[in-house]
Design a protein around this ligand. Sequence first.
Ligand SMILES: [Zn+2]
Length: 259
Amino acid sequence: MMKHRIVNITFITTAITLALLSLFASVSWWFLGLSVVVWMTIVFVGSAWIGSNYHVKAYCSNPSEKQNKIAITFDDGPSEFTPKVLELLEKFDAKAAFFCIGKNIDSHPEILRQTIEKGHIVGNHSYFHGKDFDWKNTAEVISELVQTDGAIKRNTGKIVKLFRPPYGVTNPSIANALKVTKHHVIGWNIRSMDGVSRNENAIYNRIVKQLKPGAIILMHDTSQVTVNVLERLLLTLRDKNFTIVPVDILLGLKAYEED
Ligand SMILES: [Zn+2]
């Protein structure tokens, strides 16, 4: 995206200027070293922080939402824990979004169908979600996105428009792939850390202290810890008069292509 290009051009211009200056005056190599460090830091932060919109535009909340509306999103399923999450959401009459991993859809297609039948939306979260995803080239990223879209279409008939990058990391390959696949990138602004921590109180408190209108909460339908935290969270959201809406409604986007 633009930001990455501007940063690269600025860096190259700085390097060339320093090289030219060194022809006429003694320029310390520290300046070049310093600009490399600054450049690497910007690229690293821009790639790792989805809210930076550094490589791609990511929808991480609806800042103009005035009412107490909030979206809950679940990544990395479908899994054996997804049905428990669906049951809880149904009890509280809440609709959420599930960003599914393609290979998990292939092992639990019935859970994906159940998710859609219960009125939730689903999105693409890559096919393998491997540690190497961020090192793949554009063609390989496209192939993963197409495979997962295919698995969702086969099982539900839906043509998915929403994508959440694994780990929230973006890079030029992903940005180029998205120009072809045309998915909208969905981020979050409340990270529960339920994939990292096993401490239910810590996860719950982390979410609750950040609650605000228009927020998007990130959770993972892959553990009992999340199921337990979700029940407490749904009670709290009800007490605080929050309405839980699917992320496409919160953002005013389309979750699927019309066919
Ligand atoms: Zn994930």
